[in-house]
Design a protein around this ligand. Structure first.
Ligand code: NAD
Length: 260
């Protein structure tokens, strides 16, 4: 990667031990950012850091649950201590239990909200507080096309992702006049560890080619394609994009099912 759009930027990425978060850590670092790689699983976070360093980038590991307020404060403090500041917070970690509405428990619903919504809220609150006092920044939240309509995820997951779309809008307004932008990315079906069961099941049925067929690009997405949007929003190329929920989904949310 030749671009240096993120040179001098300090970034925190949560859920960066795998999938979209890992791809984003690699992309951000390749564009010159220093990255605090956050995730719950220490070994996965260490793997991402090793990959970034191997590619010549700068990254530091921080193993923590991103939905605990003290941890969010601590990761911001660590980013500032390691790198000298914080300009980008990519709140990407999420969880899902799956399952039918009538089988979902209140505990699963609450846990989904704790990880998917509370973590994004804490990122917006604490990163927003820091950034508004230090000249601005970019807060990015991973939502999902499941936030737009049904049949894209379980009820708790889909509702939690709709909640973070609203959070991006309200936080952008609350941070008006501070040069802090807040946006949500809505991935479509992306081939990551988080979707392994779905992809494995399709392979076993010999139906891999059916995945992604309902979108006009007729394929699933790769984590690097979401990382590219995150890097755009983190950089000055996205300087006038604020309060938006941006689908990166091959067009599935723009189309009715039918023949292409
Ligand atoms: N893959 C898809 O098709 C898809 C589609 C739409 C949205 N998304 C969203 O993309 C984001 C990344 O998912 P992914 O597909 O890369 O899956 P993934 O499972 O590979 O990545 C999620 C990461 O978040 C970490 N994590 C979970 N809870 C955490 C917590 N409380 N604190 C810190 N880390 C935590 C997990 O350990 C994991 O490494 C999620 O927000 C997900 O909802 C994914």
């Amino acid at each position: 990667m030749q671009m240096e759009r993120l040179k001098g930027r300090r970034a925190i990425i949560t859920g960066a031990g795998t999938g979209i978060g890992r791809a984003s850590a690699l992309r951000f670092a390749s564009e010159g950012a220093q990255v605090l790689v956050v995730g719950r699983r220490e070994e996965k976070v260490a793997e991402t850091v090793a990959m970034v360093r191997q590619a010549g980038g700068s990254a530091v590991a921080f193993a923590a649950d991103a939905s605990v307020e003290a941890n969010v404060e601590a990761m911001i403090a660590r980013c500032i201590a390691e790198f000298g500041g914080l300009e980008v917070f990519f709140a990407n970690a999420a969880t899902a239990f799956g399952g039918a509405l009538f089988k979902q428990t209140a505990e699963q619903w609450q846990e989904t909200y704790r990880v998917n919504v509370t973590a994004a809220f804490l990122a917006a609150k604490h990163a927003g507080l820091h950034m508004r006092n230090h000249g601005g920044g970019s807060i990015i939240i991973t939502s999902s096309v499941a936030s737009l309509r049904g049949n894209g995820g379980d009820a708790a997951y889909s509702a939690s992702k709709a909640a973070v779309n609203s959070l991006a809008q309200t936080a952008a307004c609350e941070l008006a006049g501070t040069n802090v932008r807040v946006n949500a990315i809505l991935p479509g079906l992306i081939e990551t560890d988080g979707m392994k069961d779905l992809f494995d099941a399709a392979r076993e049925r010999g139906a891999s080619d059916k995945l992604g067929r309902l979108n006009p690009l007729r394929r699933v997405g790769q984590p690097e394609e979401i990382a590219a949007m995150a890097a755009f929003l983190a950089s000055d190329d996205g300087s006038y994009v604020n309060g938006q929920a941006i689908a990166v989904d091959g067009g599935v949310s723009s189309s009715h099912p039918g023949k292409f």
